[in-house]
Design a protein around this ligand. Sequence first.
Ligand SMILES: C[S@@+](CC[C@H](N)C(=O)[O-])C[C@H]1O[C@@H](n2cnc3c(N)ncnc32)[C@H](O)[C@@H]1O
Length: 255
Amino acid sequence: MAQARPYYADKGLSAVFYDTVTGADARLQGDIEVYAKLAPPEGSVLELGSGTGRVAFALAEHGLHVTGVEIAPSMLLQAQAKRATLDPETGARVALRRGDMTSLDLKRTFDLVVCPYFTLAHVPAGAAWRNTFATAAHHLETGGLAAFHLPMLEPMRAPGPLNTDLPVMDQALEGGRRLQLYVRERSFRESIGRLDQVIEYVERGADGKVLRRSHERLTYYLTDPEPLAAAAGLAKHQAPVELGGVGEIWIFHKT
Ligand SMILES: C[S@@+](CC[C@H](N)C(=O)[O-])C[C@H]1O[C@@H](n2cnc3c(N)ncnc32)[C@H](O)[C@@H]1O
């Protein structure tokens, strides 16, 4: 599948339909509450990979002050547009900026750092993970907490759909349109902890005709986070919190 775009690329449908897909994904439910409980009331939060602002604005609704750092312009633009639809007080508690979580220095600390929904798994396990943990540690005081939502190994091992022509998601959109997602390719190389998938996004009109389609390449990397976090000055704080049977939120404190 030579023509697959990277996930969250400009004009890619994974970016356009990010909120639709995550809004329909029950396996993500409850993540905001886990993060909100880790921060003091009205505290400050750094979100690494803030995407369309799904988590940042929700935490702001809990009264927290959030700085979101995001690498993909397509996602950052959506987050900036979303701010205009929110009540101004909530919007004002969120600062958004373009940046790379593997190399970041905002020259301040936060009460909490979060890296939600498999964002760390988007970068190669190894130096990029260690550098991201170092970013988290750098933006915390001693004892401060950092939460990383990571995929679990067992669901990664599971085979993909037997029939790749059956959508793994078929979601109604406004005006009778539908969004369908197909897993067109899937391979997991456990020896290097790498899952490669090509997902096809298809938007259909009310008459079933294809309006837009896009093949997008989604790669997840997985390894044991503890040694890399420890090398960056983060120690496991408590047992990971399981979410939806596919992921775990790992919580560390700065040593
Ligand atoms: C699965 S989305 C999560 C978005 C948001 N945190 C949420 O939970 O809805 C992952 C996001 O991380 C961003 N991302 C990937 N690598 C990044 C990096 N090195 N620095 C900052 N953001 C990154 C992607 O562009 C994407 O928007």
